[in-house]
Design a protein around this ligand. Structure first.
Ligand SMILES: Nc1ncnc2c1ncn2[C@@H]1O[C@H](COP(=O)(O)OP(=O)(O)OP(=O)(O)O)[C@@H](O)[C@H]1O
Length: 217
């Protein structure tokens, strides 16, 4: 069966003026099946976000390749990667940042702006907010939401285009234990519906919840 996400022989290196390049990973491999959950763990600065960004096709690797559903991103132009990403990857930034002047529902609808299926997408956005337990907050602005609620709204936004793979950067950071636990439950529920999850985490409970993990040095 084709992996939902594959990182093959991946190297990520940053050039540094007057110093040796900073190597994040060298010849790193990851095979994430449909419905699998993998966690990138490691100290702050070990490279979790760097790997997520490369895996999401936001930045090309120094070497190696990224494959989504068996299709390599190598050689694709930025526009083509962006288009492919829209239908395939849902990305949840660190901190679940929302746009301040927009309601929770409007934030969730943002990735769908270029689509013409407004009614259908709005119905899906409302049902996602409901399922994530923040349906009653749809009309609220981000400053009126708790950290846990903002994180769920950001997760609904990452899901609104029905991605096959969700990538989440420390989705439980800065949440109290109860909110963090419910985000973990939601991520596990996604995997039960066949969505693959790649997370970066410090949170030991989230690390333990994953099927497989990489500990970055
Ligand atoms: N574009 C870049 N150019 C140069 N160095 C970078 C770049 N992006 C990240 N780095 C460096 O690479 C290292 C890894 O950063 P990264 O954000 O991937 O780590 P992280 O494990 O996600 O950290 P945290 O847990 O604090 O979020 C850090 O030393 C960072 O300063």
């Amino acid at each position: 069966m084709v992996s939902a996400l594959q990182l093959a022989g991946l190297s990520i290196r940053y050039d540094r003026a007057g110093a040796e390049p900073l190597s994040i990973v060298e010849d790193y491999n990851l095979d994430l099946p449909a419905g699998g959950m993998h966690c990138l763990a490691g100290r702050s600065g070990s490279g979790k976000t760097s790997i997520l960004r490369v895996a999401a096709g936001l930045v090309p690797p120094t070497a190696g390749e990224v494959l989504w559903g068996g299709e390599s991103l190598r050689g694709l132009k930025d526009d083509a990667v962006t288009l492919k990403r829209r239908g395939y990857i849902g990305y949840l930034d660190q901190g679940g940042v929302l746009v301040p002047g927009l309601t929770a529902l409007e934030n969730v609808l943002l990735p769908a702006v270029p689509t013409r299926e407004t009614k259908k997408v709005t119905a899906l956005a409302i049902s996602l907010l409901d399922r994530l337990g923040v349906g009653g907050r749809a009309g609220h602005y981000p400053e009126k939401l708790s950290g846990g609620e903002r994180q769920r709204v950001a997760l609904a936004r990452a899901l609104v285009l029905r991605p096959r793979v969700v990538m989440a950067d420390e989705p439980t950071a800065s949440l109290d234990r109860a909110s963090a636990d419910s985000v973990i439950e939601i991520l596990k529920a996604l995997t039960s519906s066949g969505i693959s999850v790649l997370v970066a985490a410090h949170d030991q409970k989230l690390i333990d919840a994953a099927d497989t993990r990489t500990l970055l040095a």
